[in-house]
Design a protein around this ligand. Structure first.
Ligand SMILES: C[S@@+](CC[C@H](N)C(=O)[O-])C[C@H]1O[C@@H](n2cnc3c(N)ncnc32)[C@H](O)[C@@H]1O
Length: 281
């Protein structure tokens, strides 16, 4: 007997079709995630009136209906993130990288920083707070806007709304300076304009060519490539390399590794630096 609470079944062929689609379109490797697919999508498919995965996938692949694409993305991507995540990265950014960039950009006063796979915004807003802290009263003389991109519209909508429950380890001083407590719900806080306005959100698929105007001094791409297979990762790392300024920094998460690459050298745990004249293999 089928019930509201029972997952829909997916045939081997349909599972493979969906896995291939997600891999080709977004780089995401779901080949070992059959259970995740059925558990995360079944409820929404039933609510939309689909009796099984087959009819949903036929509709999705024949129409490329943006709402269904969005549903699949929202359900099958992992958007988990939080403020000050892997805090030692921000300490390195503040103590080592910002003094260096301040020196390097003392003429143009423009920094190019990218949070790639920013999810609901906690990472780029954390960067924005560190930038504000570092430049202080000089901030208005610098262009330190952080580009923040993600493929999930749902995550981006949350990021743009900028309403959060900040974690307990957020410094009280930062909470006071950079957040405003909401009048109607005292558990929620809105990010202050000074931090918010320093982040530019764009929808961007990391599978696409990187064609931004500036070469990046710093790219944060943490907890994103873990969902990709090795060849997708390698190709993205190559595109990051081409999109970075000489000696640029690439941050990945502590649970990831770039492995052996002629393009970057590790300077601290999960922090890499572009090698400007890589040896070709
Ligand atoms: C776990 S979150 C990481 C958030 C943040 N960087 C952090 O470390 O806390 C991974 C994000 O990568 C995004 N993502 C996955 N595949 C993507 C793609 N092909 N292009 C852009 N973003 C992608 C997901 O939508 C998700 O928001």
């Amino acid at each position: 007997m089928s019930s509201m609470f029972q997952d829909l079944t997916i045939s081997d062929a349909d599972f493979q079709r969906l896995v291939q689609f997600m891999h080709k379109t977004y780089g995401i490797d779901l080949s070992k995630k059959r259970q995740l697919i059925t558990s995360r999508l079944s409820h929404s498919l039933k609510a939309k009136g689909y009796p099984d995965f087959k009819s949903f996938l036929e509709h999705l692949f024949s129409t490329k209906d943006p709402q269904d694409l969005e549903l699949v993305l929202n359900k099958l991507t992992t958007n988990y993130t939080y403020f000050l995540r892997e805090k030692d990265h921000f300490t390195y950014f503040q103590r080592t990288i910002l003094p260096e960039l301040e020196q390097r950009h003392k003429k143009d006063h423009v920094l190019a920083i990218w949070s790639a796979g920013c999810s609901s915004g906690e990472e780029p807003y954390t960067l924005s707070m560190y930038l504000k802290e570092y430049f202080g009263s000089q901030a208005s003389q610098w262009d330190t806007r952080v580009l923040a991109t993600d493929i999930s519209q749902q995550a981006m909508a949350k990021a743009k709304a900028a309403v959060y429950q900040p974690p307990a380890d957020m410094p009280q001083e930062w909470l006071r300076r950079y957040f405003t407590r909401n009048q109607t719900n005292p558990n929620e806080y809105t990010i202050a304009p000074v931090i918010r306005d320093n982040v530019i959100f764009r929808t961007f698929n990391l599978m696409d060519p990187i064609q931004f105007r500036l070469k990046f001094d710093v790219i944060f791409c943490r907890n994103v490539m873990i969902y990709f297979d090795q060849s997708t990762r390698d190709a993205l790392v190559r595109r990051f390399y081409d999109a970075m300024s000489p000696n640029g920094y690439l941050f990945i998460s502590h649970s990831e590794s770039l492995g052996q690459t002629p393009l970057f050298r590790m300077v601290a745990p999960a922090i890499y630096r572009k090698i400007s004249a890589p040896t070709r293999s």
